[in-house]
Design a protein around this ligand. Structure first.
Ligand code: CDP
Length: 196
């Protein structure tokens, strides 16, 4: 028998808490974790022809320390509308998802496009105001600007033609607007446990 793979797909809009939940689920079950947003952030941050950059992405590109900035997030969502950029990143994500021992991937299109056969799909969301407030606590600055940035990125991610952000039909939806991190993590762990 081939090594047992078990894939958890976690999607949702910016700052909904999916990264925190993905890391906690991976740690709880001993699965590997891939933050797929980092791939798009790295492509956007590098500049130049995004398709060529996506095709030649290296591990070092993922280790830049400026990938978490608002600017890198905007650059990511701009290159992420390009179908050739997305296509160049598919094989790496699918190989990661199928590794023996289990994997958690978080992003926008994991349950819908990258891993439609995932064992568990979670859609983690929260109101734009709550998400902007959380992001503002991390990055500071003007909260109204952060809210505008969140709305702009939502519109671009949900409105694009290729792999738009949406919940898969079979996803468990976790709305974290009025949930503590611990409660959201507990809900996610429970959903994964139910399918193991
Ligand atoms: O951490 P945050 O939710 O703010 O962003 P992220 O997950 O790092 O993603 C940054 C941007 O990359 C998103 O706004 C999407 O446009 C894009 N992205 C995508 O298109 N598909 C993914 N699987 C992950 C990210």
């Amino acid at each position: 028998m081939a090594g047992l793979s078990f894939t958890v797909a976690i999607d949702g809009p910016a700052a909904a808490g999916k990264g925190t939940i993905a890391r906690a689920v991976a740690a709880h079950f001993g699965f590997a974790h891939l933050d797929t947003g980092l791939l798009y952030r790295a492509v956007g941050a590098k500049g130049g022809d995004p398709v060529a950059v996506a095709r030649g992405l290296t591990a070092a590109d993922l280790e830049r320390d400026d990938l978490r900035s608002l600017a890198a997030g905007q650059a990511a969502s701009r290159v992420a509308v390009n179908p050739e950029v997305r296509a160049a990143l598919i094989a790496f994500q699918r190989a990661f998802a199928r590794q023996p021992g289990g994997a958690v991937l978080d992003g926008r299109d994991i349950g819908t496009v990258i891993c439609p056969e995932a064992d568990v799909k979670l859609y983690v969301t929260a109101s734009p105001e709550v998400r902007a407030h959380r992001r503002w606590l991390e990055v500071g600055g003007d909260e109204a600007v952060v809210l505008a940035e969140v709305r702009e990125r939502d519109a671009r991610d949900m409105g694009r033609a290729d792999a738009p952000l949406r919940a898969a039909a079979d996803a468990v939806v976790i709305d974290t607007s009025e949930m503590s991190i611990d409660a959201a993590v507990a809900a996610a762990v429970k959903a994964v446990q139910a399918r193991r």
